[in-house]
Design a protein around this ligand. Structure first.
Ligand SMILES: NC(=O)c1ccc[n+]([C@@H]2O[C@H](COP(=O)([O-])OP(=O)(O)OC[C@H]3O[C@@H](n4cnc5c(N)ncnc54)[C@H](OP(=O)(O)O)[C@@H]3O)[C@@H](O)[C@H]2O)c1
Length: 281
């Protein structure tokens, strides 16, 4: 199968492109070769290459979206629509990624697929509109919402906390925002299973368990062999309001999945187990 992956320079797209590369022909142009907001260029690329599956991992990050809402809409919503429609025109399926940040995080229980989204920031809003545009433009759409992804290929807090702590460097960890965390390898394996079932729709894919960045950092410290005293010295605990990020984050936005249970897929392993594997790699 010929698979077209956008955002392959990123965490999820990179992992997916490598995994699909084992059994498929993967077309993974980087942004410099194909800007997904350039509709004409996307259409020419699709006409020339005629992929059978489109995988959209191109995205504008949470704080960038808040700073530049027009760019957020162009990448997260309009380009998603363009790609989904281009896929439909060549009879291809469309796999798109979305986020727990479509929810407001004001509840106290994890969100399932049928729960009503209510974004609190530009990223969440443009991602939600992207989901809707994808479903409207291509009936063969899978949307996978995931949350706080970690793995090799991104210099984010979750992906580097273990490395930093093991090297004796300090990290700042937020203690009052809760979500599910997801190991990118587990995400991609589950996505392959969902695609294999062939049932288009909306799916939540996260590891089991809920945490704050502080709890994540403490576990990373434990896995790095630090004792409680060393961990307390290296992990600076802060509140969301203290870090003053441009975009507001939902306070409590873990995900659960009713849709994957319907496909008879068991929950993914606990994030602590996944982090242990990642930290060994
Ligand atoms: N990471 C998470 O914690 C997380 C959580 C929930 C949901 N998700 C979802 O998972 C998906 C992938 O996220 P990620 O974390 O893997 O993203 P990422 O690491 O930030 O990578 C984003 C990619 O998008 C590409 N891109 C941005 N604008 C583009 C444009 N105009 N044209 C072409 N490519 C463009 C970037 O290319 P360059 O590198 O060339 O700039 C980069 O490769 C997204 O849909 C995101 O919403 C991620």
């Amino acid at each position: 199968m010929k698979v077209f992956v956008t955002g392959s320079g990123g965490l999820v797209g990179g992992c997916l492109a490598r995994r699909f590369g084992r059994g498929h022909e993967v077309l993974a142009p980087r942004r410099a070769e194909l800007d997904v907001t350039d509709e004409g260029a996307v259409r020419r690329f699709v006409k020339e290459t005629r992929p059978q599956l489109f995988v959209n991992c191109a995205v504008l990050g949470v704080d960038e979206c808040e700073r530049d809402p027009a760019a957020a809409r162009a990448v997260n919503t309009d380009a998603t629509r363009t790609l989904a429609a281009a896929a439909a025109e060549v009879g291809a399926g469309f796999l798109h990624f979305s986020t727990n940040y479509v929810f407001d995080g004001e509840g106290r229980a994890p969100y399932a697929e049928q729960d009503e989204p209510r974004p609190v920031n530009v990223y969440g809003l443009t991602k939600l509109e992207g989901e809707r545009a994808a479903f409207e433009s291509n009936p063969r759409t899978f949307v996978v919402r995931t949350s706080w992804v970690f793995g090799a290929g991104k210099e984010s807090f979750l992906s580097t906390a273990h490395r930093e702590l093991a090297a004796g460097r300090r990290v700042r960890a937020i203690k009052d925002t809760w979500a599910s965390v997801t190991f990118v390898g587990d995400l991609v394996s589950r996505v392959e299973e969902i695609l294999g079932k062939g049932l288009h729709g909306l799916y939540h894919v996260v590891n089991e368990g809920v945490c704050t960045y502080e709890e994540f950092a403490r576990e990373a410290a434990r896995l790095a062999g630090l004792d409680d005293e060393e961990a307390a010295r290296l992990i600076e605990t802060v509140t969301e309001s203290q870090v003053r990020r441009p975009a507001r984050r939902p306070r409590y936005s873990p995900l659960r999945s009713a849709a994957t249970a319907e496909l008879q897929l068991p929950p993914l392993r606990h994030w602590r187990e996944a982090l242990a594997e990642f930290s060994r790699q």
